[in-house]
Design a protein around this ligand. Structure first.
Ligand code: TYM
Length: 333
């Protein structure tokens, strides 16, 4: 058998610079299993144009994202790294799956509701049908696991429903994938507003992977904590969401449990805790930042990586697409 290994797949939109949420919620879990799994990771550029992009920025960020994937430990020899728009089967299967995804299902998607509220002047068809393209991204590679942060769970669940619906009609075409969500870091909240997830759209509460250490430190020192009188480092998501978020981040980068963190900062206030979290994050990101800058300077290398990635990905994707086309009744060329 050609492919006995289990398969993992995931993607990130190059619509902004990669941030700590993307890293802790997703990328960090990708590299860990490269020996054990057949892994596909891509830059989801087709998805980004559901919101208007500056073309030059999109091109630059797509390549930067690839350099950062590699710097985060994704070895291109062991992982298939590619640019979504280089593999036309995504758009092709995306169309087919649009016809097997229900209006009601798409209307319930939280990301659609959020993004259409934020982009009220551009609620386009692509924004609405985006999850069908995401289902295609996933199902083309027949993965077992899709490592994502908490906010993408709903889309992976929709993918499972669409796959099950299709299989029910045509027999076993798609493997039904599982979301793979980390224990710490699944939902990193904004440093400036812990009620909302960390996202590039609120840059003052967002830590970018390539940001300078002093800027990262400044953001942590200014992180919103809670206005309780207690002022101690204790994990209480409900009543102390700002501190809980910082504890989550600290736990994710140091591997320490919440009890260990409470003990470490026992008797100390937020003035000691916040810079300590900043230091830990700076040290965690430093090697990534340095390595990504080095890789980004080598354009020929990056090109060789994304070309090889697209070739391998297309080969696998095409097998699934051909099967789907045959099942639905299209004449083979
Ligand atoms: P995107 O580009 O918004 O985010 C990429 C990944 O980062 C995770 N993430 C977070 N995790 C924890 N805390 C946060 N604050 C945080 N912000 C983002 C996301 O959960 C995600 O794993 N639709 C997807 C991209 C996509 C995709 C796919 C993913 C397209 N096709 C196929 C998996 C499989 C998206 O918009 O993610």
């Amino acid at each position: 058998m050609e492919n006995e290994k289990k398969v993992m797949l995931s993607g990130i939109q190059p619509s902004g610079d990669l941030h700590l949420g993307n890293y802790l919620g997703a990328i960090r879990n990708w590299g860990k299993r490269a020996e054990e799994f057949d892994c596909y990771y891509f830059m989801a550029d087709l998805h980004t144009i559901t919101v208007r992009q500056n073309p030059a920025d999109l091109r630059r960020r797509t390549l930067e994202q690839l350099a950062q994937y590699i710097a985060c430990g994704l070895d291109p020899e062991k992982n298939t790294l590619f640019i979504q728009s280089h593999v036309p089967q995504h758009a092709q299967l995306g169309w087919v799956l649009n016809c097997y995804t229900m209006f009601g299902e798409l209307s319930r998607m939280t990301q659609f509701k959020d993004k259409s509220a934020k982009n009220a002047d551009n609620i386009n068809g692509g924004l609405f049908t985006y999850p069908a393209l995401m289902a295609a991204d996933i199902l083309l590679y027949q993965p077992d696991y899709v490592p994502v942060g908490e906010d993408q769970k709903q889309h992976v669940e929709l993918t499972r429903n669409v796959a099950q619906r299709f299989n029910h009609i045509y027999g076993d075409v798609f493997k039904i994938p599982e979301p793979y969500i980390p224990k710490a870091g699944a939902r990193v909240m904004s440093l400036s507003d812990p009620a909302n997830k960390m996202s590039k759209s609120a840059p003052e509460g967002c830590v970018f992977l390539m940001e300078k250490p002093e800027d990262i430190q400044r953001k942590f020192k200014r992180a919103v904590t809670d206005c309780d009188t207690e002022r101690c480092v204790r994990y209480d998501r409900e009543n102390k969401p700002g501190v809980a978020n910082l504890m989550q981040i600290y736990s994710a980068v140091t591997g320490k449990s919440y009890e260990e963190i409470e003990r470490e900062f026992d008797g100390q206030g937020y003035g000691v805790f916040k810079p300590a979290v900043g230091d830990a994050v700076v040290e965690c990101l430093r090697p990534i930042r340095e390595e990504a800058s080095r890789i980004l300077a080598d354009k020929a290398y990056l090109e060789s990586v994304y070309r090889a990635g697209a070739e391998k990905a297309s080969y696998v994707a095409n097998k699934t697409l051909r099967k789907v086309y045959k099942k639905v009744g299209f004449v083979a060329r």
